[in-house]
Design a protein around this ligand. Sequence first.
Ligand code: GLU
Ligand code: ZN
Length: 294
Amino acid sequence: MPSPRIGRFAPTPSGLLHFGSLVAAVASFVDARALGGQWLLRMEDIDPPREMPGAKHAILTTLEHYGFEWDGPVVYQSERHGLYQAVIDRWLQQGLAYACTCSRKTLESFGGIYPGFCRDAGHAPEGAAIRLRVPELRYGFEDRLQGRFEQHLGNEVGDFIIRRRDGLYAYQLAVVLDDGAQGVTDIVRGADLLDSTPRQLYLQELLGLPAPSYLHVPLLVQPDGHKLGKRYRSAPLTTDDARAQLLRALRTLGQRPSTDLDSAAPKDILAWAVRHWRVEALPRARTLAEAQLR
Ligand code: GLU
Ligand code: ZN
């Protein structure tokens, strides 16, 4: 028997869902269901200062309105700090991770790649960031849509932060621990995360987790190339035109929803999409300009 497939959607409650989030939600949901798999929902609420009050609740309500049904209870990263910290403590002890006290100013001139100044400092003072040592190796994978993607962790990424100096856990660590704990096998998400994936592959290797399969769908951008999102004030999804937005999301994903769906309920549109899902029709681009969508 093939092992069960598990997909997921993992929104960050720094803002409300917008059309770009809907495209990612639809792609992950439809793909998981088309594989006969489960679809989990995880709230990535690890950054309270950037959280928008009320967003968590609003995200769930919007997803329900759009006809999404997830398996099991919603997982909240804010309830999982114990696990994240236990792994960090272990890696600190093993010398895989270390405390970094460099100021932003010190690092400014290194183009985003950490020069390793604190690698051998040997102690972890309070209020320091924690970095993970990366190997001088290439990590890569075959994306189901984007093809081969690789990075040399030493040259292109550098030792990266797994806990910030303010004590908040980094996305890279939390996402890998949680996908592993939830048994996620099929990750479908926006192509802005392509260049996080090699780091995540390294984390999986350290944790002894199997590498999931990846499909990075095009990221919707504004005409000037900016990502759609709260920062650029893309409009939150409204609940009164779920049908039209779902159809538009499917067309954005290269699917051809039939005209019979023009008066269908959201969950019937999603069910249609599951039956007719064609991964080979997805646009093979990293970004799509939202203005050009029908
Ligand atoms: N929470 C991330 C986001 O909203 C997505 C994480 C992921 O899918 O790996 O961008
Ligand atoms: Zn440092």
